[in-house]
Design a protein around this ligand. Structure first.
Ligand code: GDP
Ligand code: IMO
Ligand code: MG
Length: 426
């Protein structure tokens, strides 16, 4: 039996989708357990590019069954359009199931996400959300006024739930934010049409996951977002509204911790972040711009330019602990080597003193100074076709070994390009 968890270790977009696609060659199931279509996971193979937002990144492998777990918030419209995009591209999809326990993103969640951001932006406290309704949908789940995929499968239950909540939602939209109220009947008509199309996919997926684990199958749990966007352990409030850390698998897919056999943390050879919030090693200069251009660092979901900076191994050490990482998957080694020189943050000084914890207090975090070590790039050597660690330039090897030493976790895979095959297995 193998329950392999793949999580983001930074602020997202580390290349989780690429590793799920690679690892699913030898897997039986791929399960998304958190987030929603705020995620954007890129898969590149045979010159084709796919951006998955809700559907697990194992979908291109016919040997696996893909599952959207209960911890995910599902926008049915987005899910259907992803399915039809794949069909249009004549992709023979893996089997797909969606949990009947997964909460749905409703039109009021998207409306409120937009209105809340607009209001926060006025006071300079905008979070830079993806405006996909994620925060408001998880809020309703916790408030117990959410509507689940299973509810949509029964027209009467669904209608009743919409009528129950729409009044209060419209009052908030109109009276608190000055927005335009939504029409319940229109929403019901729209969603019941989705229900017809989604019926074949919706079921009690927890039973399927447990059967798979009992039958000694390999199950990959695909993380979305990342450790520093985690609602509890990220840079709150500049986080998402779910638990994308490895622990989120237990609640977001309904499996006990003993079912998890390994935890892979995906990282880049530098750091990026989309949206607002602290970023200790950020480069707000032409080097940051250069990394953005070299790494094509523009959001897969919103197209926003990603903020870029040096790799922060101190931050990764914390991620290794929080997730119980057993291995690391590092991407963009090709990108960082194109610089003349680059830096690695190996620790933080707070008010002049070395610290051994990642501050939860954002004011403290702002005062942290990164301690750097410098490395030489290898821009005259093209590593994108290399497939063995031994072939890499000496400085690249030194960088990798130093990162492993600081974090205390082995690097198991190295990405030297976006393609499925552009990977070095250690
Ligand atoms: P995810 O959200 O964690 O799945 O990551 P994204 O797909 O949002 O962003 C990762 C980006 O980096 C995508 O454009 C990938 O195609 C690209 N990528 C992944 N690994 C590598 C790599 O090793 N080298 C290069 N140059 N690009 C990579
Ligand atoms: P993947 O899975 C990068 C960020 C948003 C914003 C914050 C809150 O592709 O790595 P939300 O819409 O979730 O309420 O936004 O979280 N964010 C991501 N950043 N990659 C993601 O997903 C993200 N999902 C959310 O930019 O700062
Ligand atoms: Mg992404």
């Amino acid at each position: 039996m193998a329950g392999i968890v793949v999580v983001g270790t930074q602020w997202g977009d580390e290349g989780k989708g690429k590793y799920i696609d690679i690892l699913s060659e030898d897997a039986d199931y791929v399960v998304r357990f958190s987030g929603g279509n705020n995620a954007g996971h890129t898969i590149v193979y045979d010159g084709m590019k796919f951006a998955m937002h809700l559907i697990p990144s194992g979908i291109l492998r016919k040997n696996v069954t893909c599952i959207i777990g209960n911890g995910v918030v599902v926008d049915p419209k987005v899910l259907l359009s992803e399915i039809s995009n794949l069909k249009e591209r004549e992709i023979e999809m893996a089997t797909l199931y969606v949990s009947d326990r997964a909460h749905m993103i409703m039109p009021w969640h998207i409306e409120l996400d937009n209105l809340q951001e607009e209001r926060r932006n006025k006071t300079g406290s905008g979070l830079g959300t993806t405006k996909r309704g994620i925060g408001p949908a998880y809020t309703d789940k916790a408030e117990r006024s959410g509507i689940r995929m299973g509810d949509l499968m029964d027209a009467e239950t669904f209608k009743q739930k919409v009528y129950d909540v729409i009044e209060i939602k419209n009052a908030i939209i109109e009276k608190v934010y000055g927005g335009t109220p939504l029409d319940a009947d229109k929403i019901i008509e729209e969603y019941l049409a989705y229900a017809e199309q989604l019926k074949p996919y919706v079921r009690d997926v927890n039973a399927i996951i447990h059967r798979a684990l009992e039958e000694e199958k390999t199950v990959l749990f695909e993380g979305a977002q990342a450790t520093f966007l985690d609602l509890d352990f990220g840079t709150y409030p500049y986080v998402t509204s779910s638990n994308p850390i490895a622990g989120g698998v237990c609640t977001g897919a309904g499996v006990g911790p003993r079912m998890i056999t390994s935890v892979l943390g995906v990282m880049k050879a530098y750091t990026s972040r989309v949206g607002a919030g602290p970023f200790v090693t950020e480069l707000v200069d032409e080097t940051g711009d250069k990394i953005r251009e070299l790494g094509h660092e523009y959001g897969t979901t919103t197209g926003r330019p990603r903020r870029c900076g040096w790799l922060d191994a101190f931050m990764l050490k914390y991620a290794a602990r929080i997730n119980g990482l057993t291995g690391l998957c590092m991407n963009h080694l090709d990108t960082i080597g194109k610089l003349d020189t680059f830096k690695l943050c190996v620790g933080y000084k707070l008010d002049g003193k070395l610290i051994d914890y990642y501050p939860s207090n954002l004011k403290e975090l702002e005062r942290c100074e990164p301690i750097y070590e410098e490395f030489e790039g290898w821009k005259d050597i093209d590593i994108s076709k290399m497939r063995r660690f031994e072939s890499l330039p000496v400085e690249a090897k030194r960088y990798i070994r130093r990162i492993e030493e600081i974090i205390g976790v082995p690097i198991k895979y190295i990405g030297v390009g976006p393609g499925r095959e552009q990977t070095i297995t250690m």
